[in-house]
Design a protein around this ligand. Structure first.
Ligand SMILES: Cc1ncc(COP(=O)(O)O)c(C=O)c1O
Ligand SMILES: Nc1ccccc1C(=O)C[C@H](N)C(=O)O
Length: 409
């Protein structure tokens, strides 16, 4: 497979160093690059705002524009393709932590002895806070409710979760897991976890922050109950960009499910219904929407989703695996202890991210690599994260990293 140039090399803006040289950007796991078309799309909506004012909410369809009242609708089909769902199972809204709270209100319903949440040891701080506060909302002590699964040398995260389910199964109300661990880059077997959780009688949800746009997903077929994501990492939707959520279709007509409501969760025709008038809610995952969509964020995300739609998922996934394989080989060939790769070597258990273990040196190495023209990031004192996004990274970026590490270690 040829790894040059990147699949959509010219479609992205490149961050520059102070001397004007373009940088090797290996930080798409934190913030994806700006698609060139994003600025044009945002500028177009600004122009519509300037020239149409309030009429922009409902006008423009005849000129090929999306009226603002429907701004997030065109995002649903490409997002559904990325997560492996039908269009009515996904919705573009809010940001990740907000969506997590909204869906926890529906899917975390502790009852009696079944009151525990099984989560990964490395759960993102915001997820843990959300879960703890939801426990308190139900009058429960988070310290007693949260049970952690931890992957160790030789035990995958998937197996660790299955082991905890075996131990605590009948007390678990919810399994909540990162589909890709943001510290180690390990990918979990979503289908196996979902089946095991449901067999134990628990609900199961996934944080897709580091998974969506990183590897193909099949949420619907895997039977996942719900999932949430942010739009600014592999989705390249821009800082603070528009997130999203998945709700499996078996819950769409479940009258037992509690849900916080706002007018945008109502069908378009009933959003302005006064008082006690009969209302009709949006079908599917759209019913979890509260507010009208952020138009500028939706415009930026649309630019990136169009790039994803140029390639079958198998194409960008194969590129991603080839780039990380090349990076692994190049880093291992350096043979510079204590540098070690933490991310599983098994292609089925890794995405575009490699986490390097550099005890005590990760932060200094992040800064040194930047001076050598490579952008990556440190998490804690030991972990250095790099990722190879097939839309904009290629073998030159891998070489830039390997050469810089060779000089610095
Ligand atoms: C795994 C994970 N979960 C949750 C979040 C929080 O996202 P947000 O700030 O969009 O709520 C992040 C960071 O973006 C993350 O990496
Ligand atoms: N949005 C941010 C704003 C400021 C600093 C970091 C972030 C991140 O997204 C970090 C990312 N969630 C991570 O994987 O660590």
């Amino acid at each position: 497979m040829t790894l040059q140039p990147a699949l959509a090399h010219d479609a992205f803006c490149r961050p520059l160093a102070a001397d004007g040289q373009s940088l090797s950007y290996l930080c798409g796991h934190s913030l994806g690059l700006a698609p060139r078309a994003a600025a044009e799309r945002v500028a177009h909506e600004m122009h519509r705002w300037a020239t149409l004012g309030v009429r922009g909410h409902f006008e423009g369809a005849d000129r090929g524009d999306t009226p603002w009242a429907q701004a997030s609708e065109p995002l649903r089909a490409p997002l559904a393709r990325l997560v492996g769902a039908s269009v009515d199972e996904v919705v573009a809204m809010n940001s990740l932590s907000v969506n997590l709270h909204l869906l926890l209100l529906s899917f975390f319903r502790p009852q009696g002895a079944r009151s525990r949440v099984l989560l990964g040891r490395h759960a993102f701080p915001s997820d843990r806070l959300a879960l703890e506060s939801q426990c308190r909302l139900h009058g429960l002590d988070p310290a007693a409710c949260l049970v952690e699964a931890q992957a160790t040398e030789g035990v995958s995260m998937t197996d660790a979760v299955l082991r905890e389910l075996h131990r605590h199964g009948e007390r678990v109300a919810l399994v909540w897991l990162d589909a890709v661990d943001y510290t180690t880059g390990e990918v979990v077997d979503i289908g196996r976890v979902a089946r095991a959780a449901q067999a134990a009688g628990a609900r199961v949800g996934f944080d897709l922050a580091h998974a969506i746009g990183n590897l193909p997903l099949a949420l619907s077929e895997d039977g996942v109950d719900f999932a949430v994501w942010c739009g600014y990492k592999y989705l390249n939707g821009g800082p603070g960009g528009l997130g999203g959520a998945f709700v499996h279709r078996r819950f769409h007509d479940d009258a037992q499910l509690q849900r916080l409501e706002g007018w945008w969760g109502q069908a378009a025709g009933s959003r302005f219904a006064w008082g006690q008038q009969p209302r009709e809610r949006e079908p599917g995952a759209g019913a979890w929407q509260l507010s009208n969509p952020p138009v500028l964020a939706a415009a930026a995300l649309a630019a990136s989703l169009e790039l994803f739609d140029r390639f079958p998922a198998s194409t960008w996934r194969a590129r991603s695996l080839a780039l990380t394989a090349l990076a692994r080989d190049s880093i291992e060939a350096l043979d510079r202890p204590p540098l070690r790769i933490l991310t599983p070597a098994d292609p089925a258990r890794r995405g575009s991210q490699l986490s390097l273990d550099l005890p005590g040196q990760a932060v200094a190495m992040e800064h040194a690599l930047l001076r050598h023209g490579v952008v990556c990031d440190a998490r804690g004192a030991n972990i250095l994260r790099v990722s190879f996004c097939p839309l904009y990274n290629d073998a030159d970026d891998v070489r830039a990293l390997a050469q810089a590490l060779e000089q610095l270690l």
